[in-house]
Each structure stands twice: as structure tokens, then as C-alpha cells.
Design a protein around this ligand. Structure first.
Ligand SMILES: Cc1cc2nc3c(=O)[nH]c(=O)nc-3n(C[C@H](O)[C@H](O)[C@H](O)COP(=O)(O)OP(=O)(O)OC[C@H]3O[C@@H](n4cnc5c(N)ncnc54)[C@H](O)[C@@H]3O)c2cc1C
Ligand code: FES
Length: 252
């Protein structure tokens, strides 16, 4: 884990309310793994007080990218950054995706801005794995598929692609893949992750989910980001034990 002042390279709105922020930070770029996140101090003032956590979206040489949704004060400040601005960043943090085990097919399940960690993940995997990216949203405007491969879209209202949610899309597609050679990787809202975890556990698929929680420190000190573990009576910390967990290990 490194605390570093990064230099903003660009901020670009790629679709309504979704931004890509590129920051030069050589040391964080060197250490980063897909699924890890950074905790960003969005302003030099005390407002907002807390850092804001964002998944590492991509790494190109010494540049890290973040993909974020404009939701409140912190992301508004980030969206207005100028090239050359300095950002204090702690990262890379947490446990990322485990993609070293023996599978051939990676099925990415992304709900809305949950697509954020997958460009970097796709880059690491695409050399020797088959990747399909199932991207869902309430409407076509909520679907995010920036730098993803083999995209299949699902929308709740049927405005694009499969008419239904992304877990229902997975259920309709899953028979194309050999269960023993397939692993599922997901990020999105808790309701989606809950439905996905139930489906994958009931049907015997390996699945990792990237979870979210309100965070303060981002590295295990404040105990503010706990999630219920399945196998022990201790709570797990999203920032330190996660944010990526095996779907069998957490109760959302
Ligand atoms: C590990 C992790 C990775 C994330 N990755 C991404 C990402 O790649 N792209 C993205 O758009 N969003 C991501 N988020 C969510 C992102 O951190 C929040 O959207 C952001 O902090 C909102 O800040 P805000 O000031 O604009 O909104 P606020 O006005 O503060 O709040 C808007 C919403 O964001 C939530 N929120 C506020 N502060 C935090 C915080 N410190 N931690 C978590 N949630 C918070 C609030 O509960 C509320 O629902 C991630 C969250 C976590 C925990
Ligand atoms: S955010 Fe402080 S322990 Fe997780």
C-alpha cells in the first residue's frame, strides 16, 4: 500500500454521468492488481472529510484509470479536476480477483458502474482465457461496457439487448459453458450480487464478487466497512478481506 500524490492526466465524460479519470502514479500502477481499489482524497480542504474509494479500472504504463459515476459531492469535485492537478491517493488496496486458478471461460457480470474494475481484469486475462461480458442496467443509458470484450447487454426495461436483469441473462446463457471450466466474476449493486450468489451456489459455479461498503480508512483500522462472513462468527472487512470475495464466503 502506497500513499502518493498522483498527477491528473485527463478527466473525460464517456457517457451521461460516467467519467474516466486518468492519473499518473508510477508506484501504484506497478503494484496494482485487477479488483483492487484506491482511496482518493478528492480535495485539499476538509470537505469532504472522507476519502472516496474507487476500483482500479485500468493501468497503462504509469497511468491508472478510474471509472466513476457522478453521484454526490466527492465525485462532482473529481469530475471537475483539471490536467496537472495533484490528487493524494492511497492504494492499491484490498484483495482483488483470483484469476490464477484453472478455468478456461471467464464470465464477467457487471451491473451499471460495476463494470469499472473489468477493463484491467480483461487485459490481464484475454491472452489465454475466453471472456464474455454480461453488462446490465435498468435502461440502455445505465449500461456501462467501456473497454470490455464480447459484450452482451441486458436491460430491465428491454430498451437494449436481453429483456431482464443480468442474472437472468446469465441463467439463459450459462448452458453454453462447461461448468468445470468456467468461473464467474461480478461487480454491481448488492441486490444483483445477492441473486447471483444464490444462483451460482445453488448450481455449483465458482463465483467471485466485488462488494461495496461505506469506507473511511480503507485499510482495516476503523472497522467501519464490515460484512457478515459465512464460515466464522467474525465480521469481514470489505477494505482488507475484500472487496473481492468468493460468493460462498459472505452474506450480503
Ligand atoms: C471498494 C469500492 C470500490 C468502488 N469503486 C467504484 C468505482 O470504480 N466507480 C464508482 O463510481 N464508484 C465506486 N465506488 C463507490 C464510490 O466510492 C462512491 O460512489 C463515492 O464514494 C461517492 O462519493 P460522493 O461524495 O460523490 O457521494 P456521496 O454524496 O458521499 O454519497 C453518494 C453515495 O455514495 C456512497 N458513499 C459515500 N461515501 C462513500 C465511501 N467513502 N465509501 C463508499 N461509499 C460511499 C453513499 O452511501 C451514497 O450512497 C466504490 C466503493 C467501494 C467501497
Ligand atoms: S474502511 Fe476502515 S476498516 Fe475498512
Amino acid at each position: 500500500m502506497i500513499e502518493k500524490n498522483g498527477i491528473v492526466q485527463s478527466v473525460e465524460e464517456i457517457q451521461g454521468g460516467i467519467f474516466i479519470l486518468k492519473v499518473q502514479s508510477e508506484l501504484i500502477a506497478e503494484e496494482a492488481e485487477p479488483g483492487q481499489f484506491c482511496n482518493i482524497k478528492v480535495s485539499d480542504s476538509l470537505i469532504p472529510l472522507l476519502r472516496r474509494p474507487f476500483s482500479i479500472c485500468d493501468v497503462e504504463d504509469d497511468i491508472i484509470s478510474f471509472q466513476f459515476n457522478l453521484v454526490g459531492e466527492g465525485t462532482k469535485i473529481l469530475s471537475q479536476k483539471q490536467n496537472g492537478d495533484i490528487l493524494n491517493i492511497i492504494g492499491p488496496l484490498g484483495v482483488g480477483f483470483n484469476y490464477s486458478d484453472d478455468f478456461e471461460n471467464a464470465i464477467i457480470i457487471a451491473g451499471g458502474i460495476g463494470a469499472a474494475p473489468f477493463p484491467f481484469f480483461t487485459k490481464k486475462l484475454s491472452i489465454d482465457k475466453n471472456i464474455v461480458s454480461l453488462c446490465g442496467g435498468r435502461t440502455k443509458n445505465d449500461v456501462v461496457n467501456y473497454k470490455l470484450e464480447n459484450v452482451v447487454i441486458a436491460t430491465d426495461d428491454g430498451s437494449d439487448g436481453f429483456h431482464g436483469n443480468v442474472v437472468q441473462l446469465l441463467e439463459s446463457e450459462i448452458n453454453k459453458y462447461d461448468k468445470e471450466k468456467t468461473k464467474i466474476f461480478a461487480c454491481g449493486p448488492n441486490s444483483m450480487l445477492r441473486a447471483l450468489s444464490k444462483f451460482t451456489i445453488d448450481n455449483g459455479y465458482e463465483c467471485e464478487i466485488s462488494t461495496e461498503s461505506v469506507m473511511a480508512c480503507g485499510f482495516g483500522i476503523c472497522q467501519g466497512c464490515n460484512v457478515e462472513g459465512v464460515h466464522s462468527d467474525r465480521f469481514l472487512l470489505v477494505c482488507k478481506d475484500g472487496p473481492v470475495f468468493n460468493a460462498k464466503d459472505v452474506r450480503l
